[in-house]
Design a protein. Structure first.
Length: 433
């Protein structure tokens, strides 16, 4: 089989090394097929096309060259190699580059980098034969997510849970992360400065790997409640500034620094598989990632038909993500005090779930939180949340976490396009009924 290295190249206009590689390929001085790209957008389109590529040769000053692009290349088996001219101070190896070449490299240097990091491709081979195998992520901190429909007190429940678990943590670091589209933790904590926050933390991981001290600059401390706080998006439309792989790297940083993380997320989980829209999946990326990487998910509802309906619907949406019922804890906020009324709500939730999900019997019984008249004043004055709210949540969450194995908190890889075999979809003509 006639094998050669198929190399994608991207660089600013008139880069000398770019012309040299093209000349070496045309003169057969190297066993290389050099595919020139005019922009990073073209590189992404080619990487996602299904055609196999051996390596990506990218100039360090190329606009859009970041962690997401290097991770995408690695994910499809295309080894990223950066040509560094010394003007950009970045740790390319930490960002995902397999090798770094100086600007004035020779043909032997390029061939050695390709032989050490890339695979030659025979004509007729498919991309699947050169896709990098996924690796297991490290075992990291425990994650508890709180979600529900708007207006049900989800953010307050997340605060109460964080405060309650902080007492169980025995001085271990605990983080409350606001990852909702319509974030409200900044308001509840009276954060006058809404920066830095989630956006700045993710941006710091897009072009580098911040150390612990640098990452801590995005975190706010609330010692009176026993936890730290990561502020969320400043506007609902800011989801567009959260790239997938930079978010994954930020997630790993948080999980390595905190023993327990409480995530406050929006109860919307639709993705491309459900809607056919990648934009909707990107919009819901924060909620989907947090839910799928959680050891426990608290779903908040209220008493009454409307509150129970939204609680059950959120549980069904989580089940469609593959989250087992044993990791979902229903929480009825503003619940009734009478045992008979609570039993009725519990029975209604169980009946509605039993016909819709296979593991409905594994869903724990709901936790009922009473209405507290002084909660509003405590939030306004920055006082601790009443123990009548925090303690039941923390006790139930700690008990369930103690009976579940920790997840490997490495974010799930994005799906890779699959080639369609000609003829596998059948045929159709106007004569068919």
């Amino acid at each position: 089989m006639n094998e050669r290295f198929v190399v994608l190249g991207v660089a600013p206009v008139r880069r000398e090394w770019f012309r040299r590689v093209g000349r070496w390929a045309n003169e057969a001085a190297l066993p290389v097929e050099f595919v020139k790209c005019i922009s990073v957008s073209e590189v992404i389109s080619r990487l996602e096309s299904g055609r196999p590529f051996s390596a990506l040769l990218a100039d360090a000053s190329s606009t859009g060259l970041d962690r997401d692009l290097l991770d995408l290349a690695n994910a499809v088996g295309c080894a990223p190699i950066v040509v560094d001219h010394g003007l950009v101070d970045r740790d390319w190896a930490e960002l995902g580059a397999r090798a770094v070449l100086p600007e004035r490299f020779e043909s032997g240097d390029l061939l050695a980098a390709l032989e050490d990091n890339a695979y030659p491709i025979g004509r007729g081979e498919t991309a699947e034969q050169h896709t990098a195998a996924p690796t297991d992520g490290p075992a990291l901190g425990r994650v508890v997510t709180v979600t529900g429909a708007g207006g049900l007190g989800t953010s307050t429940v997340a605060m109460a849970l964080a405060q309650g678990l902080a007492k169980h943590a025995e001085r271990q670091p605990l983080l409350l992360a606001d990852m909702a589209l319509r974030s409200s933790q900044a308001m509840f904590h009276d954060a006058r400065d809404v920066v830095p926050g989630l956006t700045e933390l993710v941006e710091s991981h897009r072009l580098g790997v911040p150390n612990a001290a640098e990452a801590a600059r995005s975190i706010h401390s609330f010692p009176e409640r026993g936890y730290d706080l990561l502020l969320g998006l400043r506007s609902e439309r800011d989801w567009i500034s959260i790239p997938a792989r930079a978010l994954s790297a930020s997630w790993t940083t948080l999980m390595t620094q905190y023993q327990t993380t409480i995530c406050d997320i929006t109860g919307e989980f639709d993705g491309a598989a459900e809607t056919g829209s990648n934009d909707i999946e990107d919009r819901n990326r924060l909620a989907r990632m947090a839910a799928m990487q959680s050891d426990l998910v608290l779903v908040v509802g209220t008493q009454g038909a409307w509150g129970v309906h939204h609680l059950v619907r959120t549980i069904l949406n989580l089940s469609s993500l593959g989250i087992p019922g044993s990791r979902i804890l229903p929480v009825v906020n503003f619940g009734p005090r009478q045992p008979r009324a609570r039993a009725g709500i519990s029975s209604a939730i169980a009946d509605l779930l039993s016909s819709r999900i296979a593991d409905a019997n594994d869903v724990p019984s709901p936790i009922f939180l009473p209405t507290r008249r002084h909660l509003e004043s405590a939030l306004r004055d920055g006082d601790p949340i009443p123990g009548a709210l925090a303690n039941p949540l923390a006790n139930a969450a700690a008990a369930l976490l103690g009976h579940t194995e920790p997840l490997l908190a490495a974010p799930n890889p994005e799906p890779v396009p699959v080639a369609v075999t000609p003829g596998s979809l059948g045929t159709w003509s106007e004569d068919d009924d």
